[in-house]
Ligand binder design. Structure first.
Ligand code: UDP
Length: 374
């Protein structure tokens, strides 16, 4: 709510404002994109002492379903000030002001989002003011639109928000809290530099037409500068993604090269081991053959030895047989001679007796032969 403009907020000599800015100077502004992992798109804006976070989800299914629009997506914005965002604790319950700001931001974004591409869906934009210092609706609009771009939501253009106001009868750009409270009027504007369209325009206080035109012109200049900051933030994010992708590709290439090297090394090793195995196999085969030959030789020798043993035994038994035969012949001859000389059976007995004495001798001879055989 604008004041009566009685508080001196611009130095008459220097023309500088309470924070040292010139009338057409923006507060130091910085935007970070993709700050939330769990949102489809996000942006954090620092505009002077304002710190505002915007998160985008969607297009996604809408609940309750009866709210769904048959021909386009519903854009729903939720602007909330944190209880700790202002000097005096703010109630966590959504205020009328918060609902109003949510609506004007939704309407502004609705004008650039290609909602007809996503019928029956919702695109939800959550805006959380972490620290407030005047001009939060404009900074929120800038953050929200940047988050939508980060989410990849198709849009006709990017909206940049900034307010101009009347301070000590001077039109100034980008009001901070004290100027917003004590100045005589403010005009928050949402402007798309690419479309040259104003999608949000509010007015609080009283402006002459000249002042109004001057204020709008100044706001457009400021919005164009903010648009450059938005583009820079988005480009930085995508440059990072590209760098990461390139890094990953390089890593992948390096990994592929390593894999190829490892595979070729292992191939070479396996080839070498195959050669060695082949050599070993050949050697072992040769060894086996050698062993078999030696073994067969040993077997042959043992067979020969066995044969010679058998032959020796046969020879001994032949000799013994021959000796026995000779003895038997001798004995028969002697018996015949004795029976021819005596013609008596006693003689036969004597002969028998003699024979028995001789048979003792024969037995001794037999025994000797047996020993020999053994
Ligand atoms: N403000 C506050 N408490 C509130 C609402 C607003 O202190 O509950 C402050 C806050 O710093 C805000 C400023 O008042 O930026 C002006 O609020 P306004 O409604 O004009 O919206 P804004 O200028 O932030 O877009």
């Amino acid at each position: 709510m604008a004041g009566d403009g009685s508080v001196k907020l611009i130095d008459e000599k220097t023309g500088k404002r309470t924070d040292g800015r010139k009338f057409n100077e923006l507060r130091p502004t910085k935007i970070e994109v993709g700050v939330l992992n769990n949102a489809d798109g996000s942006a954090l804006i620092y505009m002077g002492n304002n710190k505002i976070l915007a998160a985008v989800y969607g297009p996604r299914e809408l609940h309750p379903k009866h709210l769904a629009l048959p021909d386009r997506a519903l854009v729903q914005c939720y602007y909330r000030m944190s209880t700790f965002s202002v000097a005096e604790r703010k109630s966590p319950a959504p205020s009328r002001r918060e609902r109003e700001i949510s609506k004007v931001i939704s309407d502004a974004l609705n004008s650039v989002i290609l909602t007809k591409d996503f019928p029956r869906t919702t695109i939800d934009i959550y805006i959380q003011v972490l620290q407030a210092d005047g001009g939060t609706r404009c900074a929120s609009l800038t953050a929200a639109c940047t988050a939508l771009a980060d989410a990849g939501i198709p849009m006709r253009g990017i909206i940049s928000g900034v307010a101009t106001g009347l301070v000590n009868d001077t039109v100034v750009l980008d009001l901070h809290d004290i100027e917003d409270q004590k100045g005589s009027g403010d005009i928050p504007i949402g402007y798309s530099a690419t479309l040259d369209e104003i999608s949000l325009l509010q007015l609080d206080g009283v402006f002459t037409i000249k002042q109004f035109e001057e204020a709008v012109k100044l706001a457009i200049e400021g919005a164009k500068q903010i648009y450059e900051i938005q583009k820079k933030a988005l480009r930085e994010k995508y440059a990072l993604i590209r760098a990461e992708f390139a890094g990953e590709s390089e890593e992948e290439e390096a990994e592929e090269e390593d894999t190829i090297e490892i595979v070729s090394q292992s191939l070479a090793e396996s080839e070498a081991s195959v050669d060695e195995t082949a050599i070993d196999e050949v050697e072992s085969e040769e060894l086996e053959e050698k062993k078999t030959e030696e073994f067969s030789e040993v077997e042959e020798v043992s067979e020969v030895e066995e044969v010679s043993e058998v032959e020796e035994q046969d020879l001994v038994s032949d000799i013994a047989k021959e000796l026995n035969d000779e003895l038997d012949d001798e004995k028969e001859l002697e018996e015949d001679i004795t029976s021819l000389e005596t013609g008596e059976p006693e003689k036969n007995n004597e002969a028998i007796t003699d024979d028995s004495s001789e048979s003792v001798e024969n037995e001794t001879e037999h025994k000797e032969i047996d020993d020999l055989e053994e």
